[in-house]
Write a protein that binds this ligand. Sequence first.
Ligand code: DGT
Ligand code: CA
Ligand code: CA
Ligand code: ZN
Length: 579
Amino acid sequence: MDKEELARILEKIADLLELKGENPFKVRAYRNAAKAILGLEKSLEEIIREGKLLEIEGIGKSLADKIEQLASKGKLAFYEKLKKSLPRGLLDLMQVQGLGPKKVVLLYKKLKIQSLSGLKKACLKGQIAKLKGFGEKTEKNILDSLEHREEYQKRHLWWDGMEVATEILEGLKALKEASKAEIAGSLRRKMETVGDLDFVVGSSNPKPVMKWFTSQPMVEKVIAKGETKASVKLKGGMQADIRIVPEHQFGFAFCYFTGSKEHTVKLRELSLKKSWSLSEYGFEGTKKGVVPKAFTRKEVSEEAIYKSLGLSFIPPELRENRGEFEAAAKSEIPSLITDADICGTLHNHTTSSDGRSTLKEMIQGAEKLKWEYLGISDHSKSSFQANGLSEERLLKQVEEIKKINASKEFSLYVFAGTECDILPNGALDFSEKTLAKLDYVIASVHSSLTQDEKTMTKRMIKAIENPMTTILGHPTGRLLLEREASKVNLLKIIDACIANKKIIEINGHPKRLDMDWRFWRAAIEKGLLCCINTDAHAADQHDYFRCGVNVARKGWIEKKQAINTMGLKELQQFLKEMR
Ligand code: DGT
Ligand code: CA
Ligand code: CA
Ligand code: ZN
């Protein structure tokens, strides 16, 4: 068992104990243990062997024994018994936003609700609103939350999809019968979430390719299988589609299955203007038009397809029918930012707040990417759930960073910053005097996320107008497939940032991708700059910058529009001028 799995079980035990109304200290001990174990660098075996469990606050002999049993046997009688003592669905109910253990127990006792479907039925009948302590607003929120959950379950984060798809792609590429194999669909377009994974293969011998795809170890069930197309359900719940085409049709199929649907519909319209009919197989002549020889029976690249329609190449990220055709017709497709343009990131946490890697580990992780700098931005004091830093601890960290820079121990430079809470009234969590001692300030909302749009917008604009603010962090607070965005007028926020010469972050954490790519093109045209960050909470999360770059590319952003493409000297000067 690995640490993550163990921590998950400990959290479940805590949930169950809470449902049973157990002593809060006991419940907290399990939650603390889960968090503490995740935070330790060593493997679970080492932690146990070295007796580190007992050093964790709140872990006594009996809890340590249970953890050891779980770790060694993968099972725990206490946990099995606990699970059996309560209806299974109650834990699911705990996942619904706004339902804590007390409310879940009440719903069970009063209305015998013990499943998500039961909860939905009761909402639709208006039974929840009538319960004491619930009311109509709560009922509406529960119903919304249930509906979102259903939507969330149909999709996956791009990062997770990519991890699975990369493995499958490697398998396909290794087949000698597959002369070409690529990832298509929303994954290739770098959408923030994906419904399924799409593969296109060029092959003159599809049979063995199909056989491998439908019987690879990751497949749980074959949903559909023909000679050239198939759909499978993978272990872990994702679905994957494959299309195998003759090699010379690969370019057309690749383009068609990359989509988006809106984009390919427009491509087809443009083809018809030339009197050609476009499909996944190629151009076909119509009554009025004949397809030039160059497009038949010979391999045609995507570039050539766009060129034949009078368009410059459209990068997959822009294929959403949101102005890319007009730009491509005028050869005005921007040269989009790339991973290689990034010189460092500024939104990073350490063990001083809720990160899992120490300051030095975070730096070492960033060095592997050959960055020139890294900015540290731990949480501020009001984020007590994230162990936010007091003024005193923050200033100590600033000193530590100064020492590290002076020591030349690392090849990259460390900026001292903070992720400062924007309090419910729009004030920042630290005084101006304290903030002035930092290289930069990321201002973010972490509390009162459900304020109404007007209040939230005003609150954030106040923070943007604060002269100490440098960057606005994750503007909507959304957690993809988990929590909806806060209500905020982003157009007003963008204008306020431009007027006050402030930066908006592209938070590249796979769950956030906030501000959303759909807002960036217009914002950039008005003069807004972005900073591509990762919100890394561990040294192995620096790689999330790739997700941030995805968002930037989907937002038509070029290198010069992201401040962290500047070299060290230039960025130092830039940040100084912003203070
Ligand atoms: P997803 O899976 O919901 O994240 O989104 P996509 O874009 O990957 O959609 P998917 O997997 O249904 O299909 C992949 C691509 O295949 C899609 O982007 C465009 C093309 N495609 C699929 N169905 C149609 C269709 O009915 N008409 C057209 N024009 N293209 C289609
Ligand atoms: Ca798809
Ligand atoms: Ca598909
Ligand atoms: Zn944050």
